[in-house]
Write a protein that binds this ligand. Structure first.
Ligand SMILES: Nc1ncnc2c1ncn2[C@@H]1O[C@H](COP(=O)(O)OP(=O)(O)O)[C@@H](O)[C@H]1O
Ligand SMILES: [Mg+2]
Length: 234
């Protein structure tokens, strides 16, 4: 279980997160909804050790607050950041292998893992020697997810994977996310694309201005008229 308890985060004097409590149980796919600036990425940055928050972020027996990013990956929590953050001039393969940095001693394990990722994203096998920056937006997002998977997450933090992608590509992306989740990885997914995200998620939290304002099962939120008005537009 990944569990945030009363997590707060300031940037200077600006309070980006106020007393956030939420959880993703093992095997769950949980979505974070909220407008731009609500605090979704800040939650991920706190959980992956890029920002130092207060409160508790627990994963299994580990307290993540205070750990370095590499220790958090070792503990099983891997962050796939907003905007993909690839090295565009490096090959797809080199980008993927970077995600396995904390496991670099286990070369056989990394080779197996790479084959699994090529199974999930066959196009990346075909393009493994191409510069990552030459790929389409959807393919670059696959590299970003694949790189995170090379970190062997037990919990994967996926920040806006569908951003800027065409509708057909978005659908394929959500299918793969669901497939990763069904294979046993807990997924916390930040999304603007509320309808598609709620369709694949088990539960969701709605954030506004750094606070959780609503939580519930995806089905209930899909039927909620306020959610439909604010995030789905129907
Ligand atoms: N490095 C930063 N310095 C100052 N303010 C920031 C920084 N990063 C994010 N913020 C602010 O924190 C709030 C939450 O941002 P963010 O977590 O990126 O939200 P979301 O991912 O939901 O769009 C926003 O008001 C944003 O402007
Ligand atoms: Mg964000």
């Amino acid at each position: 279980m990944l569990k945030l308890e009363r997590v707060s985060l300031n940037y200077g004097s600006f309070r980006a997160l106020s007393d956030i409590s939420l959880q993703a149980r093992d095997g769950e796919l949980v979505v974070l909804l909220g407008a731009n600036g609500a605090g979704k990425s800040s939650i991920f940055r706190a959980a992956s050790g890029l920002e130092v928050a207060t409160g508790h972020i627990r994963f299994g027996t580990h307290e993540l607050i205070g750990l370095r990013p590499s220790q958090i990956v070792q503990a099983g929590v891997v962050h796939c950041p907003e905007g993909r953050k690839l090295f565009p001039g490096m090959s797809v393969l080199r980008n993927l292998v970077l995600g396995a940095y904390v496991h670099r001693a286990d070369r056989a394990g990394n080779r197996r893992r790479l084959e699994e990722i090529f199974g999930l994203f066959p196009i990346l096998d075909q393009k493994k020697d191409d510069p990552a920056g030459s790929l389409s937006g959807g393919q670059q997002q696959m590299v970003a997810i694949g790189r995170a998977m090379m970190g062997r997450p037990r919990a994967l933090l996926l920040d806006e994977p569908s951003l800027g992608l065409a509708p057909l590509v978005v659908r394929q992306m959500f299918e793969v996310i669901q497939q990763i989740n069904r294979a046993g990885t807990t997924v916390l997914l930040a999304e603007q694309n509320a309808f598609a995200a709620l369709k694949v998620a088990h539960r969701a939290y709605v954030l506004e201005l750094g606070r959780v304002v609503l939580e519930g099962d995806s089905d209930a939120l899909l039927r909620n008229p306020d959610i439909r008005r604010a995030y789905i537009g129907a």
